[in-house]
Design a protein around this ligand. Sequence first.
Ligand SMILES: [Zn+2]
Ligand SMILES: [Zn+2]
Length: 409
Amino acid sequence: MNVRIHRGTQQIGGTCIEIENDGERIAIDYGLPLDGNAADKSLVPSIDKESLIGVVISHPHIDHYGLLHYLPGDIPVAMGAAGKNLIRTAVPFTGQALPPLSGPNLEHMQPIQLGSFRITPYLMDHSAFDAYSLLIEANGKRIFYSGDFRAHGRKSSLFEKLIQNPPENVDALLMEGSSLSRLDDEVTFPTEQELENQFMSSFNTTYGLVMVHASTQNIDRIVSIYRACKRTGRTLLIDLYAAAILESTGNHSIPQSSWPGMALYVPECQRRLIKRNGWFDLLERHSKNRIYLNKISKAPSQYVALFRPLLTADMEKADCLCGAGFVYSQWEGYLKESAYCQIAAWLKKHDIPLTRIHTSGHASPVDLKRFSSAISPKSLVPIHSFAPEKYEALFSNVLYKNDAEWWRV
Ligand SMILES: [Zn+2]
Ligand SMILES: [Zn+2]
């Protein structure tokens, strides 16, 4: 196999790997760079489309699939079924272009064949739902791509199982190293279970409404928040977008809008969106526990709202903010972006304290070491890291590559 990483040897985001064998080629991930604009066609990796027989997407994060809308529609796209469903559900709310998604569904340990390539997905623990590592085999050689993963989320047992029974004889391991620029080598991240306890104490010590700003698509986090709500007797308020995303997982152990302890609150500007788009069936389907502002404003302390900026006007209007608390539960970096200034100003105006409860979606250096030594590849190529230079000191058999550089496996 001939391999080249189009983007990712020195950066997080915009990942794309091209693999060629006997004149056939596949692409693994087709991501938008973190600072890239999805309308910028010049970001699309230059891969010969005539011989491109398929694209495999490891997980539904924009930095791994965000340029797919430029892919010709007749090229199969393999991805987890829940991941595809999540993207299809999110698109009408976010206004992104709908990418082509027809092609095989990835399932844990169920190999698929794309031309001469045999691809075996390994379901992994990550902040995105339905995330896979991929074993790619052709011509007697084996490449293992870690995708994005961690070992401290709610699916950590998947990680443990993989390192107990790792794929053997791996010629090249392409391993992410997001945490290497963010964390000292011996420090580890808190687990989702620990976060649940932190949420609990925050909910217990806040006099009024708690607003938690987390990514709706970080399903592990929504579960942590929901469980903390249950344990503190608060109801979790979600909007129609969150209700639809939770439903799109197709997983009956993930909290749903109809569950006890969940309530649908539709912000005013979302009501206009529903009307404009005629989403009445969707609204109806999630309205079992629908709640209105007058009820929330009578006892804000009984609720935790999954915060989105479109909620601010409603909460202000209904006078729900006395004694309120705000929990920031996303990557620190977004806090420094200019868009966050408005939220910071709004919190200040209402004298609402901001606390931080978060854990990474990526493996700590300690877990990266466990992962790479279990797989014990002939060569380990850094990908998805802002600190590739650190690999050499931490892992064995490191092979450095530049973006767009071909090499043979
Ligand atoms: Zn990523
Ligand atoms: Zn990711």
